[in-house]
Structures are given as structure tokens and as C-alpha cells.
Design a protein around this ligand. Sequence first.
Ligand SMILES: O=C1O[C@H](COP(=O)(O)O)[C@@H](O)[C@H](O)[C@H]1O
Length: 223
Amino acid sequence: MIRYDDRAALMTNLAEVVAGELRTALHQQAHATLAVPGGTTPGPFLTALSDADLDWSRVRVMLTDERFVPESSDRSNTRLLRGTLLQNRAAAATLVPFYREADAPEDVLDALGQSIGAALPLDVCVLGMGADMHTASIFPGADRLAEALSPDAPPLLPMRAPGAPEPRLTLTAPVLAAARHIHVLIQGQDKADALAQAQAEDDRAVAPIRVALDAGATVHWAA
Ligand SMILES: O=C1O[C@H](COP(=O)(O)O)[C@@H](O)[C@H](O)[C@H]1O
């Protein structure tokens, strides 16, 4: 785990690392794909990254997961993305959508799954983690947890979990683990404690963040 002196240093350093990885990918291929988390943590990282000097017109940006709420909701991860990363230089990036209006995520799974699938594999994947050790929307106790953790999982699955107030759509374990570069972005003592708990826990159903840790993720943390 990389421990930063403070949260500002964490956010700007991680933005520099991710920008460098995207630049390298763009030297080697026509397009690069970046996945980023939602939630309360990544805003300053996403804003810092939006200023990175690289050819954003060749970058596809997607979320690691989305709450099934419209963009008008404060809980929309897409709303967060539009207000932070998809500004400044990064406004030229292509957003791969994770939400369409419908009654349930199952109704839009095929359509969203097609465009997400076409943008894979991920060159860079930045993940968050909850204090319950969930990552993306792969929650302990979720209804489709076993499917999402399976090596045969489709790239995208709907998910409902006791700790999640609304249904979700999430990238699944094989997509996350196949990313060329994986970072976990966490802050606060509760997340450091959760990480230590996950490191001591072999069962991914109990600690879904193990998907990233076992795939060699770099963890970035500040108090
Ligand atoms: O609900 C979510 O939670 C996790 C962690 O969020 P945080 O607010 O504790 O930082 C996040 O990584 C995920 O993308 C989000 O949908």
C-alpha cells in the first residue's frame, strides 16, 4: 500500500500515475479505456485527472459501477463523472454509458453491456472500496455475488444488496482482474482497517476487494 502524507497528495499523485499509464497505452494503440469509481472518495482525483495533458479524444471512460438512478440524483455516479473528470482537457473523452432510463437495470443490461463490452479490455482500472470490503458494486451478501465473482461472468451484471439503497449495475470480477493497471483509491482509518481485514480473508464472497488485490492492484491510501 502506498501511504500519502495527506489526501491532496493522494489525489494528485494518483492522477499523475493514471495519466502516465493512459499516455503509454495511447502510444501503443489507437484507443485507451479507463474505468473509475463513484461514491464519495474519488471527486478530487477525477478533477485532478481532468487536467492531464494527453489525447483525451482517444480515451474511453466508464464507471466501475453505477447506482440505478437518473443523473438528476445526487447518488448518480455518472453525474459525479460529468462534473469532475469530463471537464477541462478530459471533456474530449468518450463516455461509455452505464445508465439508461428504464424500470429496472435488467431492462437495459443488453444495450449497456454491448457498448461496455466493445470498449474492453480496461487499460486502467481505478476502484474504490467500501468499509464492508465491497468494490465496484460487488457487495458481500448481494443477490448475484457468486455470478459476479465467477471467471465466466459476463462483463456487466445487475446487483442488489442489503447495504445498497438502490439496484446497481457493476463490472464483474473477470473484467476488473484483466485490467492492465489496477489501482484502489481509499482514505480514512475505517478503509485501512477494512483493507487489513480483506488481506487476512481468503473468501472473495466475504471480501470482494480481493478480486483487485489478488490481481496485483496498487492500493493508494491517506488518512
Ligand atoms: O457505492 C459505491 O461505493 C464504493 C465506495 O464508495 P465510497 O463513498 O466509500 O468512496 C465506490 O467505489 C463505488 O463506485 C460506489 O458505487
